[in-house]
Write a protein that binds this ligand. Structure first.
Ligand code: FAD
Length: 286
């Protein structure tokens, strides 16, 4: 299954999970998959590094299970930083026989101890995969409605995004955002530079204040007043904060779907309860 084809039929609804850092926590994610069955997501993507395990085997093993034990379509994230071409070949040659042909190709972020690899930017990885594997792999890329944190300016960032699409990315998934207006402005910029591939909006329901503060520091997204008021009012009441976070995410999603978004990608933070509640509220809209 090529996930880019899904957009021709419907508003795509997908989930993201991350491999736990500790092997011992793996069972918790498999339990989560059981609980996600009700949702029938169009695909589930599995991160690589980025706060979870940075062992590509962990990503591949989870993707394999998603396909073979649960019948889901899986997307494997692949961050090129520190990798050589031969590493990428090895990873993809391992994923394809598992039935995992959808790859979210990223640059990744500097980590301690990482040596220089063959891919400076995501576009280099995308070009390489496209050149080597052609249509055997469906390539997805990341995008940033408010601009990538390192970008000199938003115009350059969108120009680089266009390069990723021209190199072979057939669909895009955004970084999380809490202000839909920034997404709509971004869509207009994409239209202006001729980016025509589907763009899924990445939505992260707030589960706890610390988690959001850490993420915001890492990626620099705007926190609207309406959102910060929720965090301040309920910071000492985890259940209320969770419920308000779910309501906020549902509100964002309903607005996005009403405005004709191509798809929603839910950052589940491996929490099936939150994903299920959000899906329950929007399932008749997608
Ligand atoms: P790039 O597209 O290379 O962009 C990075 C920066 O370089 C931008 O500022 C861009 O404007 C600039 N740039 C791009 N091309 C050029 C060029 N040719 N010349 C000069 N400047 C250029 N990280 C992980 O480690 N693992 C994951 O699983 C993961 N999953 C993610 C999923 C999504 C949906 C998103 C949005 C991000 C994810 N990330 C993940 C984070 C991502 O790796 C970081 O945001 C990283 O800093 C940038 O990755 P990129 O692929 O967007 O890089």
């Amino acid at each position: 299954m090529n996930t880019a084809d899904l957009f021709k039929q419907k508003t795509v609804f997908s989930l993201e999970v991350f491999p736990p850092k500790r092997e011992s926590s793996l069972q918790s994610i498999y339990n989560a998959f059981e609980n996600l069955k009700e949702i029938h997501p169009d695909f589930i993507s599995v991160t690589y590094g980025a706060g979870g395990s940075s062992n590509i085997n962990a990503t591949a093993n989870i993707a394999d299970r998603l396909v073979h034990n649960y019948g889901y379509t899986a997307v494997a994230h692949l961050a090129g930083i520190g990798l050589k071409k031969a590493d990428v070949d090895h990873i993809i040659d391992n994923l394809l026989p598992m039935g995992v042909n959808n790859i979210l190709a990223l640059r990744g972020d500097e980590r301690e101890g990482i040596e220089k690899g063959d891919f400076e930017h995501a576009v280099d990885l995308i070009s390489y995969i496209k050149g080597k594997y052609g249509d055997k792999v469906n390539i997805i890329a990341a995008c940033y409605p408010e601009g990538h944190i390192e970008a000199h300016n938003i115009v350059e960032d969108v120009k680089h995004l266009k390069e990723k699409v021209d190199a072979g990315a057939s669909q895009l998934i955004t970084q999380l955002f809490f202000n839909n207006d920034s997404f709509y402005r971004f869509k207009e910029r994409c239209d202006l530079v001729g980016i025509k591939v589907p763009i899924q909006a990445g939505i992260m329901p707030v589960a706890n204040k610390k988690q959001i503060e850490r993420i915001v520091t890492l990626c620099g997204v705007e926190l609207p007043t309406k959102f910060t008021k929720i965090m301040s009012r309920y910071e000492d009441n985890p259940e209320a904060l969770r419920d308000a976070g779910i309501a906020y995410a549902i509100d964002q999603i309903v607005d996005l779907i009403t405005q004709g978004v191509d798809g929603i990608h839910l950052y589940t933070m491996n929490n099936p309860y939150i994903a299920t509640r959000i899906h329950e509220a929007i399932k008749n809209l997608i």
